[in-house]
Design a protein around this ligand. Sequence first.
Ligand code: VG1
Ligand code: CO
Length: 572
Amino acid sequence: MDNSPLQVLTVPTAPYPDQRPGTSGLRKKVFVFQSRRHYLHNFIHSIFSSIDLRDRQGSTVVVGGDGRFFNRTAIDVIVQMAAANGVGRLIIGQHGIMCTPAISCVIRKYKAIGGIILTASHNPGGPDGDFGIKFNTANGGPAKEEVTNKIFQISKTLDEFVICPRLRVDLTTLGKQAFDLENKFKPFTVEVVDSVESYANMLRNIFDFAALKDLLSGENHIKIRLDAMHGVVGPYVRRILCEELGCPANSAINCVPVEDFGGRRPDPNLTYAADLVDSMRDGQYDFGAAFDGDGDRNMILGKHGFFVTPSDSVAVIADNIFCIPYFQHAGVRGFARSMPTSAALDRVAKATKIELYETPTGWKFFGNLMDAGRLSFCGEENYGTGADHIREKDGLWAVLAWLSILATRRQSVEDIVKDHWIKYGRNYFTRYDYENIDIDTACEMMEELEIMITDKSFVKQRFAVEDKIYQVEKADTFDYTDPVDSTISRNQGLRIIFSDGSRIIYRLSGTGSDGATVRIYIDSYEKEQSGVYISPCHPCLGQVMLASLATIALKISQLHQRTGRSGPSVIT
Ligand code: VG1
Ligand code: CO
Protein backbone atom coordinates (compact mmCIF):
# COMPACT_ATOMS: atom_id res chain seq x y z
CA MET A 1 0.00 0.00 0.00
CA ASP A 2 1.21 3.48 -0.85
CA ASN A 3 1.60 5.48 2.34
CA SER A 4 2.99 8.65 0.81
CA PRO A 5 1.10 11.84 1.65
CA LEU A 6 -1.83 12.62 -0.63
CA GLN A 7 -1.19 15.15 -3.33
CA VAL A 8 -3.15 18.40 -3.49
CA LEU A 9 -3.83 19.40 -7.09
CA THR A 10 -4.83 22.75 -8.52
CA VAL A 11 -7.16 22.23 -11.47
CA PRO A 12 -8.05 24.95 -13.99
CA THR A 13 -11.76 25.47 -14.58
CA ALA A 14 -14.19 27.89 -16.22
CA PRO A 15 -16.93 29.65 -14.26
CA TYR A 16 -20.68 29.17 -14.71
CA PRO A 17 -23.09 32.10 -14.63
CA ASP A 18 -26.00 30.26 -13.02
CA GLN A 19 -24.86 29.04 -9.61
CA ARG A 20 -26.95 31.44 -7.58
CA PRO A 21 -28.34 29.67 -4.48
CA GLY A 22 -32.14 29.96 -4.12
CA THR A 23 -34.41 29.93 -1.07
CA SER A 24 -32.38 27.04 0.31
CA GLY A 25 -29.33 26.04 -1.71
CA LEU A 26 -28.49 25.45 -5.35
CA ARG A 27 -30.94 23.17 -7.18
CA LYS A 28 -30.51 21.87 -10.72
CA LYS A 29 -31.39 18.88 -12.82
CA VAL A 30 -29.05 15.95 -12.15
CA PHE A 31 -27.84 16.07 -15.76
CA VAL A 32 -26.56 19.60 -15.20
CA PHE A 33 -24.25 18.32 -12.49
CA GLN A 34 -23.32 15.30 -14.57
CA SER A 35 -22.80 16.85 -17.95
CA ARG A 36 -21.25 20.24 -17.24
CA ARG A 37 -17.58 19.86 -16.58
CA HIS A 38 -16.68 20.60 -12.95
CA TYR A 39 -20.11 22.06 -12.24
CA LEU A 40 -20.15 20.45 -8.79
CA HIS A 41 -16.46 21.20 -8.13
CA ASN A 42 -16.94 24.87 -8.96
CA PHE A 43 -19.82 25.28 -6.55
CA ILE A 44 -18.11 23.40 -3.72
CA HIS A 45 -14.98 25.46 -4.23
CA SER A 46 -17.07 28.63 -4.10
CA ILE A 47 -18.56 27.50 -0.79
CA PHE A 48 -15.14 26.86 0.76
CA SER A 49 -13.70 30.09 -0.65
CA SER A 50 -16.55 32.05 0.91
CA ILE A 51 -15.19 31.06 4.33
CA ASP A 52 -12.27 33.13 5.55
CA LEU A 53 -9.07 31.08 5.42
CA ARG A 54 -8.39 31.65 9.12
CA ASP A 55 -11.77 30.17 10.00
CA ARG A 56 -11.44 27.36 7.51
CA GLN A 57 -7.95 26.09 8.45
CA GLY A 58 -8.32 23.08 10.70
CA SER A 59 -12.06 23.59 11.06
CA THR A 60 -14.83 21.00 11.34
CA VAL A 61 -17.49 20.69 8.62
CA VAL A 62 -20.52 18.36 8.63
CA VAL A 63 -21.64 16.54 5.47
CA GLY A 64 -24.71 14.44 4.71
CA GLY A 65 -27.55 14.08 2.28
CA ASP A 66 -31.00 12.69 1.67
CA GLY A 67 -29.69 9.66 -0.23
CA ARG A 68 -30.88 10.77 -3.63
CA PHE A 69 -29.15 9.88 -6.87
CA PHE A 70 -25.72 11.60 -7.12
CA ASN A 71 -25.47 11.95 -3.30
CA ARG A 72 -22.59 9.49 -3.07
CA THR A 73 -20.68 10.90 -6.05
CA ALA A 74 -20.99 14.39 -4.60
CA ILE A 75 -19.74 13.33 -1.17
CA ASP A 76 -16.61 11.76 -2.63
CA VAL A 77 -15.81 15.04 -4.36
CA ILE A 78 -16.61 17.13 -1.28
CA VAL A 79 -14.27 15.03 0.87
CA GLN A 80 -11.43 15.45 -1.61
CA MET A 81 -12.04 19.20 -1.88
CA ALA A 82 -12.52 19.80 1.85
CA ALA A 83 -9.12 18.25 2.52
CA ALA A 84 -7.47 20.35 -0.16
CA ASN A 85 -9.11 23.52 1.16
CA GLY A 86 -7.65 23.16 4.63
CA VAL A 87 -10.67 21.80 6.49
CA GLY A 88 -9.32 19.76 9.41
CA ARG A 89 -12.16 17.40 10.10
CA LEU A 90 -15.30 16.22 8.34
CA ILE A 91 -18.19 14.64 10.20
CA ILE A 92 -20.25 12.54 7.81
CA GLY A 93 -23.42 10.54 8.39
CA GLN A 94 -22.94 6.82 7.79
CA HIS A 95 -23.48 5.95 4.10
CA GLY A 96 -23.51 9.70 3.48
CA ILE A 97 -27.06 9.96 4.82
CA MET A 98 -28.31 12.51 7.33
CA CYS A 99 -31.53 14.49 7.46
CA THR A 100 -31.39 18.29 7.34
CA PRO A 101 -32.52 18.83 10.96
CA ALA A 102 -29.96 16.29 12.21
CA ILE A 103 -27.22 18.12 10.29
CA SER A 104 -28.25 21.35 11.97
CA CYS A 105 -28.08 19.56 15.32
CA VAL A 106 -24.65 18.01 14.61
CA ILE A 107 -23.16 21.32 13.39
CA ARG A 108 -24.13 22.87 16.72
CA LYS A 109 -23.06 19.93 18.82
CA TYR A 110 -19.56 19.69 17.31
CA LYS A 111 -19.14 23.46 16.95
CA ALA A 112 -18.52 23.01 13.24
CA ILE A 113 -18.11 26.06 11.00
CA GLY A 114 -20.91 24.75 8.85
CA GLY A 115 -22.39 21.89 6.92
CA ILE A 116 -22.99 20.83 3.34
CA ILE A 117 -26.32 19.11 2.74
CA LEU A 118 -26.83 17.13 -0.44
CA THR A 119 -30.50 17.45 -1.22
CA ALA A 120 -33.06 19.07 -3.46
CA SER A 121 -35.53 18.61 -0.61
CA HIS A 122 -39.03 17.86 -1.91
CA ASN A 123 -38.03 18.02 -5.59
CA PRO A 124 -38.06 14.71 -7.50
CA GLY A 125 -34.88 12.57 -7.51
CA GLY A 126 -33.21 9.97 -9.72
CA PRO A 127 -31.17 10.44 -12.91
CA ASP A 128 -33.96 12.52 -14.47
CA GLY A 129 -34.74 14.39 -11.28
CA ASP A 130 -33.09 17.16 -9.32
CA PHE A 131 -29.97 17.39 -7.22
CA GLY A 132 -29.16 20.17 -4.79
CA ILE A 133 -26.60 21.49 -2.36
CA LYS A 134 -27.50 23.48 0.74
CA PHE A 135 -24.86 25.25 2.76
CA ASN A 136 -25.47 25.88 6.44
CA THR A 137 -23.29 28.03 8.66
CA ALA A 138 -21.99 27.72 12.23
CA ASN A 139 -25.36 28.41 13.86
CA GLY A 140 -26.69 25.30 12.07
CA GLY A 141 -29.02 27.28 9.82
CA PRO A 142 -29.12 28.00 6.09
CA ALA A 143 -26.49 30.53 5.03
CA LYS A 144 -27.75 34.09 5.05
CA GLU A 145 -28.06 36.09 1.87
CA GLU A 146 -24.80 37.87 2.54
CA VAL A 147 -23.02 34.48 2.40
CA THR A 148 -24.98 33.04 -0.53
CA ASN A 149 -24.32 36.25 -2.50
CA LYS A 150 -20.63 35.86 -1.82
CA ILE A 151 -20.71 32.23 -2.98
CA PHE A 152 -22.49 33.31 -6.15
CA GLN A 153 -19.98 36.10 -6.83
CA ILE A 154 -17.06 33.71 -6.41
CA SER A 155 -18.68 31.11 -8.68
CA LYS A 156 -18.94 33.66 -11.51
CA THR A 157 -15.23 34.38 -11.69
CA LEU A 158 -13.62 31.14 -10.55
CA ASP A 159 -10.74 29.88 -12.69
CA GLU A 160 -9.31 27.04 -10.62
CA PHE A 161 -10.06 24.77 -7.70
CA VAL A 162 -8.02 22.51 -5.42
CA ILE A 163 -8.60 18.84 -4.79
CA CYS A 164 -6.97 15.68 -3.40
CA PRO A 165 -8.00 13.27 -6.16
CA ARG A 166 -6.53 10.15 -4.55
CA LEU A 167 -8.35 10.50 -1.26
CA ARG A 168 -10.88 7.70 -0.76
CA VAL A 169 -13.12 7.50 2.26
CA ASP A 170 -15.08 4.53 3.58
CA LEU A 171 -18.58 5.70 4.52
CA THR A 172 -19.85 2.33 5.71
CA THR A 173 -17.75 1.94 8.86
CA LEU A 174 -18.39 4.11 11.91
CA GLY A 175 -15.33 5.83 13.37
CA LYS A 176 -12.35 7.99 12.49
CA GLN A 177 -10.16 7.81 9.41
CA ALA A 178 -7.03 9.94 9.10
CA PHE A 179 -5.24 11.00 5.92
CA ASP A 180 -1.79 12.56 5.55
CA LEU A 181 -1.70 15.35 3.03
CA GLU A 182 1.23 16.81 1.18
CA ASN A 183 2.38 20.14 2.71
CA LYS A 184 0.10 19.77 5.72
CA PHE A 185 1.37 19.17 9.23
CA LYS A 186 -1.75 17.65 10.66
CA PRO A 187 -3.65 14.75 9.19
CA PHE A 188 -7.07 15.41 7.71
CA THR A 189 -9.68 13.34 9.53
CA VAL A 190 -13.06 12.02 8.57
CA GLU A 191 -15.42 10.84 11.26
CA VAL A 192 -18.27 8.65 10.10
CA VAL A 193 -21.06 8.99 12.66
CA ASP A 194 -24.35 7.27 13.26
CA SER A 195 -26.85 9.45 11.41
CA VAL A 196 -29.57 9.21 14.04
CA GLU A 197 -27.81 9.17 17.41
CA SER A 198 -27.08 12.84 18.17
CA TYR A 199 -30.45 13.90 16.87
CA ALA A 200 -32.31 11.25 18.89
CA ASN A 201 -30.43 12.30 22.04
CA MET A 202 -31.50 15.86 21.46
CA LEU A 203 -35.17 14.90 21.05
CA ARG A 204 -35.05 12.90 24.30
CA ASN A 205 -34.21 16.13 26.08
CA ILE A 206 -37.01 18.07 24.40
CA PHE A 207 -39.96 15.70 24.76
CA ASP A 208 -41.31 13.44 27.47
CA PHE A 209 -40.45 10.09 25.89
CA ALA A 210 -42.18 8.13 28.68
CA ALA A 211 -45.47 9.92 28.00
CA LEU A 212 -45.06 9.45 24.25
CA LYS A 213 -44.31 5.78 24.73
CA ASP A 214 -47.46 5.40 26.75
CA LEU A 215 -49.48 7.17 24.05
CA LEU A 216 -48.03 5.02 21.28
CA SER A 217 -47.67 1.63 22.92
CA GLY A 218 -49.32 1.77 26.35
CA GLU A 219 -52.62 0.20 27.31
CA ASN A 220 -54.85 2.75 25.53
CA HIS A 221 -52.45 3.49 22.76
CA ILE A 222 -53.39 5.29 19.58
CA LYS A 223 -52.55 4.01 16.11
CA ILE A 224 -50.41 6.09 13.83
CA ARG A 225 -49.14 5.94 10.27
CA LEU A 226 -46.00 7.72 9.17
CA ASP A 227 -44.92 7.96 5.54
CA ALA A 228 -41.21 8.68 5.02
CA MET A 229 -41.78 8.78 1.24
CA HIS A 230 -38.47 6.92 0.70
CA GLY A 231 -36.62 9.99 1.87
CA VAL A 232 -33.96 10.28 4.51
CA VAL A 233 -36.28 10.36 7.51
CA GLY A 234 -37.12 6.62 7.29
CA PRO A 235 -34.26 5.41 9.52
CA TYR A 236 -35.12 8.13 12.07
CA VAL A 237 -38.78 7.09 12.17
CA ARG A 238 -37.81 3.45 12.64
CA ARG A 239 -35.29 4.07 15.39
CA ILE A 240 -37.17 6.72 17.34
CA LEU A 241 -40.85 5.94 16.80
CA CYS A 242 -40.76 2.18 16.30
CA GLU A 243 -37.78 0.91 18.29
CA GLU A 244 -37.80 3.44 21.09
CA LEU A 245 -41.39 4.57 21.43
CA GLY A 246 -42.87 1.20 20.61
CA CYS A 247 -44.97 1.85 17.50
CA PRO A 248 -45.57 -1.38 15.58
CA ALA A 249 -43.32 -1.75 12.54
CA ASN A 250 -46.27 -1.38 10.16
CA SER A 251 -46.96 2.16 11.39
CA ALA A 252 -44.00 3.35 9.37
CA ILE A 253 -44.06 3.05 5.60
CA ASN A 254 -41.62 3.82 2.77
CA CYS A 255 -38.81 3.96 5.33
CA VAL A 256 -35.95 2.79 3.14
CA PRO A 257 -34.26 5.77 1.48
CA VAL A 258 -34.00 5.16 -2.26
CA GLU A 259 -32.21 7.18 -4.90
CA ASP A 260 -35.31 8.16 -6.85
CA PHE A 261 -37.81 8.06 -3.95
CA GLY A 262 -39.55 5.19 -5.71
CA GLY A 263 -40.20 7.40 -8.73
CA ARG A 264 -42.44 9.73 -6.70
CA ARG A 265 -41.98 13.26 -5.51
CA PRO A 266 -41.04 13.27 -1.80
CA ASP A 267 -43.32 16.19 -1.11
CA PRO A 268 -45.64 15.87 1.90
CA ASN A 269 -48.87 17.45 0.72
CA LEU A 270 -52.32 16.27 -0.34
CA THR A 271 -51.22 15.81 -3.94
CA TYR A 272 -47.99 13.87 -3.55
CA ALA A 273 -48.79 12.07 -0.30
CA ALA A 274 -52.29 11.12 -1.47
CA ASP A 275 -51.61 7.45 -0.68
CA LEU A 276 -51.24 8.24 2.98
CA VAL A 277 -54.47 10.22 2.98
CA ASP A 278 -56.25 7.31 1.26
CA SER A 279 -54.92 4.75 3.70
CA MET A 280 -56.27 6.81 6.57
CA ARG A 281 -59.77 7.35 5.22
CA ASP A 282 -61.33 4.23 6.74
CA GLY A 283 -60.41 5.39 10.24
CA GLN A 284 -57.86 2.69 11.07
CA TYR A 285 -55.33 5.26 12.23
CA ASP A 286 -55.72 8.14 14.67
CA PHE A 287 -52.78 10.18 13.48
CA GLY A 288 -50.77 10.36 10.27
CA ALA A 289 -47.79 12.28 8.99
CA ALA A 290 -45.55 12.48 5.95
CA PHE A 291 -42.10 14.03 5.44
CA ASP A 292 -40.13 15.40 2.53
CA GLY A 293 -36.91 14.04 1.02
CA ASP A 294 -34.54 15.70 3.50
CA GLY A 295 -36.84 15.39 6.53
CA ASP A 296 -37.39 19.04 7.34
CA ARG A 297 -41.06 19.25 6.24
CA ASN A 298 -44.12 17.57 7.70
CA MET A 299 -47.79 17.10 6.90
CA ILE A 300 -50.14 16.31 9.79
CA LEU A 301 -53.36 14.30 9.44
CA GLY A 302 -55.98 13.17 11.92
CA LYS A 303 -58.33 10.18 11.83
CA HIS A 304 -60.08 9.63 8.48
CA GLY A 305 -57.42 11.80 6.87
CA PHE A 306 -58.51 15.03 8.59
CA PHE A 307 -56.06 17.54 7.13
CA VAL A 308 -54.33 20.10 9.33
CA THR A 309 -53.12 22.99 7.19
CA PRO A 310 -49.52 23.90 8.01
CA SER A 311 -50.63 27.42 8.98
CA ASP A 312 -53.11 25.94 11.46
CA SER A 313 -50.59 23.38 12.66
CA VAL A 314 -48.15 26.08 13.73
CA ALA A 315 -50.94 27.99 15.50
CA VAL A 316 -52.22 24.91 17.34
CA ILE A 317 -48.74 23.92 18.52
CA ALA A 318 -48.16 27.49 19.69
CA ASP A 319 -51.39 27.46 21.66
CA ASN A 320 -50.41 24.15 23.30
CA ILE A 321 -46.72 24.82 23.53
CA PHE A 322 -46.41 23.90 27.18
CA CYS A 323 -47.35 20.31 26.37
CA ILE A 324 -43.69 20.15 25.29
CA PRO A 325 -41.32 19.93 28.28
CA TYR A 326 -38.57 21.89 26.47
CA PHE A 327 -40.69 25.03 26.59
CA GLN A 328 -41.68 24.47 30.21
CA HIS A 329 -37.99 24.83 31.01
CA ALA A 330 -36.80 27.30 28.41
CA GLY A 331 -39.90 29.50 28.25
CA VAL A 332 -41.20 31.04 25.05
CA ARG A 333 -39.49 34.17 23.75
CA GLY A 334 -41.33 34.77 20.52
CA PHE A 335 -43.31 33.28 17.65
CA ALA A 336 -42.72 33.81 13.93
CA ARG A 337 -44.20 32.92 10.58
CA SER A 338 -43.23 33.61 7.00
CA MET A 339 -45.21 36.38 5.35
CA PRO A 340 -47.37 34.15 3.10
CA THR A 341 -48.33 31.91 6.06
CA SER A 342 -51.84 32.62 7.35
CA ALA A 343 -52.26 34.83 10.40
CA ALA A 344 -53.66 32.03 12.60
CA LEU A 345 -50.45 32.19 14.64
CA ASP A 346 -50.84 35.95 15.14
CA ARG A 347 -54.05 35.38 17.08
CA VAL A 348 -52.35 32.99 19.45
CA ALA A 349 -49.45 35.42 19.89
CA LYS A 350 -51.86 38.21 20.67
CA ALA A 351 -53.82 36.16 23.21
CA THR A 352 -50.69 34.89 24.94
CA LYS A 353 -48.94 38.30 24.70
CA ILE A 354 -45.96 36.71 23.01
CA GLU A 355 -44.07 38.71 20.38
CA LEU A 356 -44.85 37.77 16.75
CA TYR A 357 -42.43 38.24 13.84
CA GLU A 358 -43.34 38.14 10.16
CA THR A 359 -40.37 37.17 7.98
CA PRO A 360 -39.75 36.44 4.30
CA THR A 361 -39.99 32.85 3.07
CA GLY A 362 -37.01 30.64 3.95
CA TRP A 363 -35.73 29.40 7.28
CA LYS A 364 -32.60 31.59 7.37
CA PHE A 365 -34.66 34.57 8.53
CA PHE A 366 -35.87 32.73 11.62
CA GLY A 367 -32.31 31.72 12.55
CA ASN A 368 -31.20 35.28 13.11
CA LEU A 369 -34.05 35.92 15.54
CA MET A 370 -33.31 32.67 17.36
CA ASP A 371 -29.61 33.47 17.67
CA ALA A 372 -30.59 36.78 19.26
CA GLY A 373 -32.80 34.96 21.77
CA ARG A 374 -35.98 36.53 20.42
CA LEU A 375 -37.68 33.54 18.84
CA SER A 376 -38.61 30.11 20.21
CA PHE A 377 -41.10 28.61 17.77
CA CYS A 378 -42.07 29.27 14.14
CA GLY A 379 -43.51 27.89 10.94
CA GLU A 380 -44.23 28.32 7.26
CA GLU A 381 -47.33 27.56 5.20
CA ASN A 382 -45.18 25.22 3.17
CA TYR A 383 -45.17 22.36 5.67
CA GLY A 384 -42.28 23.72 7.71
CA THR A 385 -42.45 23.84 11.51
CA GLY A 386 -39.66 24.14 14.04
CA ALA A 387 -38.13 25.66 17.13
CA ASP A 388 -34.91 27.05 18.49
CA HIS A 389 -33.46 23.65 19.44
CA ILE A 390 -31.81 23.83 16.01
CA ARG A 391 -31.80 26.29 13.10
CA GLU A 392 -33.81 24.31 10.53
CA LYS A 393 -37.38 23.27 10.22
CA ASP A 394 -37.79 19.83 11.68
CA GLY A 395 -40.31 17.28 10.41
CA LEU A 396 -39.97 14.67 13.13
CA TRP A 397 -39.93 17.33 15.84
CA ALA A 398 -43.29 18.58 14.54
CA VAL A 399 -44.71 15.06 14.72
CA LEU A 400 -43.49 14.60 18.30
CA ALA A 401 -44.89 18.05 19.14
CA TRP A 402 -48.32 16.98 17.91
CA LEU A 403 -48.06 13.64 19.70
CA SER A 404 -47.15 15.51 22.91
CA ILE A 405 -50.34 17.52 22.54
CA LEU A 406 -52.35 14.34 21.97
CA ALA A 407 -50.69 12.71 24.99
CA THR A 408 -51.59 15.67 27.21
CA ARG A 409 -55.07 16.42 25.93
CA ARG A 410 -56.16 12.90 25.04
CA GLN A 411 -58.41 14.32 22.33
CA SER A 412 -58.46 13.62 18.62
CA VAL A 413 -56.55 15.79 16.16
CA GLU A 414 -59.86 16.94 14.71
CA ASP A 415 -61.28 17.98 18.08
CA ILE A 416 -58.11 19.85 18.97
CA VAL A 417 -58.19 21.79 15.70
CA LYS A 418 -61.92 22.53 15.96
CA ASP A 419 -61.52 23.73 19.53
CA HIS A 420 -58.85 26.03 18.19
CA TRP A 421 -61.20 27.47 15.56
CA ILE A 422 -63.90 28.00 18.16
CA LYS A 423 -61.44 29.83 20.39
CA TYR A 424 -59.73 31.95 17.75
CA GLY A 425 -61.81 31.87 14.57
CA ARG A 426 -60.56 30.24 11.41
CA ASN A 427 -58.03 31.28 8.79
CA TYR A 428 -58.66 29.76 5.40
CA PHE A 429 -55.65 29.32 3.19
CA THR A 430 -54.94 28.08 -0.29
CA ARG A 431 -51.98 28.27 -2.62
CA TYR A 432 -51.83 27.95 -6.40
CA ASP A 433 -48.51 26.90 -7.90
CA TYR A 434 -47.81 27.40 -11.58
CA GLU A 435 -44.68 25.38 -12.27
CA ASN A 436 -42.28 25.57 -15.16
CA ILE A 437 -43.34 28.98 -16.42
CA ASP A 438 -41.04 30.75 -18.83
CA ILE A 439 -38.72 32.86 -16.64
CA ASP A 440 -39.07 36.03 -18.70
CA THR A 441 -42.86 35.79 -18.71
CA ALA A 442 -42.90 35.30 -14.94
CA CYS A 443 -40.52 38.17 -14.24
CA GLU A 444 -42.38 40.48 -16.59
CA MET A 445 -45.65 39.66 -14.86
CA MET A 446 -44.18 40.36 -11.43
CA GLU A 447 -42.70 43.67 -12.60
CA GLU A 448 -45.94 44.84 -14.18
CA LEU A 449 -47.95 43.71 -11.19
CA GLU A 450 -45.66 45.61 -8.89
CA ILE A 451 -46.11 48.81 -10.86
CA MET A 452 -49.86 48.33 -10.95
CA ILE A 453 -50.50 47.52 -7.31
CA THR A 454 -48.12 50.08 -5.88
CA ASP A 455 -49.76 52.87 -7.86
CA LYS A 456 -51.78 55.12 -5.57
CA SER A 457 -54.92 54.55 -7.61
CA PHE A 458 -54.92 50.84 -6.78
CA VAL A 459 -55.83 51.34 -3.15
CA LYS A 460 -59.60 51.53 -2.60
CA GLN A 461 -60.27 49.73 -5.88
CA ARG A 462 -63.15 47.28 -5.62
CA PHE A 463 -63.30 43.81 -7.11
CA ALA A 464 -66.55 41.90 -7.38
CA VAL A 465 -67.12 38.21 -7.95
CA GLU A 466 -70.71 37.04 -7.87
CA ASP A 467 -72.18 38.62 -4.74
CA LYS A 468 -68.85 39.29 -3.01
CA ILE A 469 -67.08 42.61 -3.15
CA TYR A 470 -63.52 43.12 -1.98
CA GLN A 471 -61.96 46.53 -1.53
CA VAL A 472 -58.20 47.01 -1.57
CA GLU A 473 -56.95 48.42 1.69
CA LYS A 474 -53.23 48.15 1.18
CA ALA A 475 -50.91 46.84 -1.54
CA ASP A 476 -47.13 46.68 -1.48
CA THR A 477 -43.99 44.68 -2.10
CA PHE A 478 -42.87 42.96 1.05
CA ASP A 479 -39.48 44.28 2.12
CA TYR A 480 -38.08 42.94 5.36
CA THR A 481 -35.79 44.69 7.78
CA ASP A 482 -34.18 42.17 10.09
CA PRO A 483 -34.93 43.37 13.63
CA VAL A 484 -31.58 42.04 14.85
CA ASP A 485 -29.01 43.35 12.37
CA SER A 486 -31.18 45.71 10.29
CA THR A 487 -30.31 43.91 7.04
CA ILE A 488 -32.92 44.69 4.42
CA SER A 489 -34.27 41.96 2.12
CA ARG A 490 -36.32 43.47 -0.68
CA ASN A 491 -38.95 42.11 -3.06
CA GLN A 492 -40.03 39.16 -0.96
CA GLY A 493 -43.48 39.02 -2.53
CA LEU A 494 -46.32 41.26 -3.70
CA ARG A 495 -49.18 41.71 -1.25
CA ILE A 496 -52.72 42.88 -1.74
CA ILE A 497 -54.64 43.22 1.51
CA PHE A 498 -58.40 43.82 1.41
CA SER A 499 -60.52 45.71 3.88
CA ASP A 500 -61.82 42.50 5.51
CA GLY A 501 -58.26 41.33 6.12
CA SER A 502 -58.13 38.78 3.29
CA ARG A 503 -54.92 38.70 1.31
CA ILE A 504 -53.60 37.81 -2.11
CA ILE A 505 -49.85 37.32 -2.38
CA TYR A 506 -47.77 36.74 -5.50
CA ARG A 507 -44.28 35.37 -5.24
CA LEU A 508 -41.74 33.56 -7.39
CA SER A 509 -40.41 30.37 -5.85
CA GLY A 510 -36.70 30.08 -5.17
CA THR A 511 -36.46 26.29 -5.13
CA GLY A 512 -37.37 25.18 -8.65
CA SER A 513 -34.84 23.75 -11.08
CA ASP A 514 -36.61 24.39 -14.37
CA GLY A 515 -38.12 27.70 -15.45
CA ALA A 516 -40.01 29.71 -12.85
CA THR A 517 -42.70 28.69 -10.38
CA VAL A 518 -45.28 31.37 -9.71
CA ARG A 519 -47.02 31.02 -6.35
CA ILE A 520 -50.29 32.73 -5.51
CA TYR A 521 -51.18 32.55 -1.82
CA ILE A 522 -54.69 33.43 -0.71
CA ASP A 523 -56.09 33.63 2.77
CA SER A 524 -59.02 35.02 4.67
CA TYR A 525 -60.31 35.01 8.21
CA GLU A 526 -63.71 33.93 9.48
CA LYS A 527 -64.57 34.75 13.05
CA GLU A 528 -68.21 33.73 13.15
CA GLN A 529 -69.06 30.26 14.34
CA SER A 530 -71.00 29.47 11.20
CA GLY A 531 -71.92 25.91 10.29
CA VAL A 532 -69.21 26.01 7.65
CA TYR A 533 -66.30 26.33 9.86
CA ILE A 534 -67.17 23.65 12.30
CA SER A 535 -68.28 21.32 9.54
CA PRO A 536 -65.99 18.36 8.86
CA CYS A 537 -62.71 19.65 7.56
CA HIS A 538 -62.80 18.87 3.91
CA PRO A 539 -59.23 19.18 2.70
CA CYS A 540 -60.38 21.44 -0.09
CA LEU A 541 -62.68 23.64 1.99
CA GLY A 542 -60.11 26.44 1.90
CA GLN A 543 -60.21 26.30 -1.89
CA VAL A 544 -63.99 26.50 -1.93
CA MET A 545 -64.07 29.35 0.56
CA LEU A 546 -61.41 31.25 -1.32
CA ALA A 547 -62.63 30.67 -4.87
CA SER A 548 -63.76 34.29 -5.37
CA LEU A 549 -60.44 35.66 -4.20
CA ALA A 550 -58.65 33.23 -6.51
CA THR A 551 -60.68 34.54 -9.43
CA ILE A 552 -59.69 38.07 -8.47
CA ALA A 553 -56.04 37.07 -8.13
CA LEU A 554 -56.05 35.65 -11.65
CA LYS A 555 -57.91 38.65 -13.03
CA ILE A 556 -55.45 41.13 -11.55
CA SER A 557 -52.39 39.24 -12.69
CA GLN A 558 -53.75 38.03 -16.05
CA LEU A 559 -51.66 34.94 -15.33
CA HIS A 560 -53.62 32.58 -17.57
CA GLN A 561 -53.62 34.99 -20.51
CA ARG A 562 -49.91 35.62 -20.10
CA THR A 563 -48.89 31.99 -19.83
CA GLY A 564 -51.53 30.15 -21.83
CA ARG A 565 -52.21 27.97 -18.79
CA SER A 566 -55.75 27.10 -17.79
CA GLY A 567 -55.01 26.24 -14.18
CA PRO A 568 -52.30 25.72 -11.58
CA SER A 569 -49.96 22.70 -11.53
CA VAL A 570 -50.63 22.12 -7.84
CA ILE A 571 -53.25 23.53 -5.49
CA THR A 572 -52.59 23.33 -1.78
C1 VG1 B 1 -39.98 26.74 -0.47
C2 VG1 B 1 -40.97 27.03 0.62
C3 VG1 B 1 -40.30 27.59 1.84
C4 VG1 B 1 -39.16 26.67 2.28
C5 VG1 B 1 -38.22 26.41 1.12
C6 VG1 B 1 -37.15 25.40 1.45
O1 VG1 B 1 -39.43 27.93 -0.95
O2 VG1 B 1 -41.98 27.92 0.17
O3 VG1 B 1 -41.28 27.68 2.84
O4 VG1 B 1 -38.44 27.25 3.35
O5 VG1 B 1 -38.94 25.90 0.02
O6 VG1 B 1 -37.74 24.22 1.90
P1 VG1 B 1 -39.93 28.60 -2.31
O7 VG1 B 1 -38.96 29.71 -2.57
O8 VG1 B 1 -39.92 27.53 -3.36
O9 VG1 B 1 -41.32 29.07 -2.06
V1 VG1 B 1 -36.98 22.74 1.72
O10 VG1 B 1 -37.90 21.63 2.48
O11 VG1 B 1 -36.73 22.75 0.16
O12 VG1 B 1 -35.48 22.95 2.42
CO1 CO C 1 -36.91 19.93 2.72
